[in-house]
Design a binder for this molecule. Structure first.
Ligand code: DWN
Ligand code: SAH
Length: 399
């Protein structure tokens, strides 16, 4: 296929096989109409982006019943509070700043600006999560962010001092158009800041479960520099984040406006050493995914033989890739507990494991919990001290 960024020819380095919509939790009556596509990834040897070969239509993923609510993690709430403070202190210098967020979900980040009475706008296509944001005082427009919509925003609200995004730029396939939209919406001296799961961490940890329908791009500093090469923007800072199993925050502004931090060169050099610009790195990653798959299958079959009570913890989007790639069904994992009401009493996409409310986890008293929400390990282990004390074990494909 052609690279979405530079039109270079690319080839698949890994296929995870047939996959359903990662957040498409469903009822038994809908099993027969379930949607599947091939989840495969390519690496562009020219601009160094990793991307999905096919991505389902965004309307199949982001809609009035979107199943992910950002505020389901306390740790993420504090992360976004700090993110907002950092933006406020470093980048909001005008008298009456205006902050725009792309993919604002339930308002987890923008509520921190709203509380300080700072003018803000969230752009969020999933109306159910947007409704919660509005209820909490976060000004939100229900729409996909694109060039046409950016023009509407400029007309209605004016230009922005800062455009923020977390875990969403990697979701949007027409990224070249998004850059034009950001260019149009931002003030001359404004900043564009986004953070997403980092391909360097994915390679190192073999966290292949970051590959699912919503994540169409996997960025590195090297690829971000190339992606913005032909725009008005330059990369002025890069800040590693612990969130979502290892993320990277990128700060961009119009060329020549601000000083470029030493972090940029440092991280780019580190990435070259890691081989994030080489196809062979991704071929090796594929082999590591296959090994991880075998290990997980052997482990779960062994638990079954020993008649252990095994459940899943956190019906994450990521779990859809693990379950379908490793062919793990309800015979190996009896149910998955999750605190999100819209997921409960439904089945997981593709492998159809029941999803139950959190209190079922406590009632069932399992021997083993597969930690699908491994990125929230610290928060969850803290909450589950009793489970661990009673001999309960968390397992995962990562550790
Ligand atoms: O990029 C994305 C990130 C930001 O969020 C989206 N495309 C979709 C989503 O990915 P995810 O579903 O993999 O995210 P999480 O944050 O790993 O999901 C955690 C899940 O676990 C939620 O459904 C809530 C649940 N949970 C729980 O049951 N008990 C979470 C915690 C912390 C808990 O204690
Ligand atoms: N920023 C939040 C939510 C991430 S999940 C966080 O970090 O927790 C991704 C969100 O982006 C979803 O709420 C989804 O509806 C939204 N989204 C997807 N495509 C979008 C687009 N083109 N424009 C704006 N938001 C989008």
């Amino acid at each position: 296929m052609k690279c979405r960024i530079c039109s270079n020819h690319t080839e698949i380095f890994i296929s995870f096989g047939k996959m359903p919509i990662a957040n498409g939790f469903l009822l038994e009556k809908d099993f027969k109409n379930e949607y599947f596509f091939e989840l495969a990834a390519v690496f562009c040897e020219k601009c160094f982006t990793v991307q999905l070969k096919n991505q389902p239509n965004p309307k199949l993923m982001f809609h009035k019943n979107y199943a992910f609510f950002s505020k389901s993690s306390k740790y993420m709430q504090s992360h976004f509070q700090k993110y907002a403070e950092w933006v406020n202190q470093n980048y909001l210098t005008s008298k009456k700043p205006f902050v725009v967020e792309i993919g604002s979900n339930d308002g987890i980040l923008l509520e921190n600006f709203s509380k300080k009475k700072i003018a803000h706008l969230g752009i969020e296509p999933s109306s159910n999560v947007a409704k919660i944001a509005r209820k909490n005082g976060v000004n939100t427009e229900v729409n996909f962010f694109d060039l046409r919509f950016a023009k509407n925003i400029v007309n209605k609200y004016g230009n922005a001092d800062a455009i923020l995004a977390a875990n969403v730029i990697c979701h949007i396939p027409n990224l070249n158009e998004i850059i034009k939209a950001v260019q149009l919406l931002l003030k001359k001296d404004g900043v564009f800041i986004f953070e997403d799961p980092y391909i360097g961490d994915i390679i190192k940890k073999v966290s292949y479960d970051q590959f699912y329908d919503e994540h169409v791009f996997f960025f590195s500093a090297l690829s971000v520099q190339n992606i913005f090469k032909n725009s008005d923007f330059e990369l002025i800072d890069i800040l590693p984040q612990e969130t979502h199993g290892g993320s990277m925050r990128y700060v961009l502004c119009k060329k020549g406006i601000r000083k470029i931090s030493n972090n940029v060169l440092k991280i780019i050099q580190r990435e070259k050493k890691m081989g994030l610009n080489k196809k062979s790195t991704f071929n090796k990653f594929k082999k590591n995914c296959e090994l991880s798959k075998k290990r997980i299958q052997i482990m779960l079959k062994d638990f079954k033989k020993k008649e252990k009570k095994v459940v899943g913890y956190g019906a994450t989007s990521k779990s859809t890739t693990i379950l379908n790639y490793c062919k793990i069904g309800p015979d190996l994992i009896h149910f998955i507990s999750d605190t999100t009401p819209i997921k409960q009493n439904k089945f997981t996409p593709g492998m159809h494991i029941p999803v139950k409310p959190y209190n079922e986890f406590i009632k069932y008293n399992p021997d083993i919990a597969f930690l699908f929400a491994w990125n929230h390990k610290k928060e969850i282990e803290n909450k589950e001290k009793l489970f661990i004390k009673k001999g309960g074990r968390f397992v995962c494909h990562i550790f």
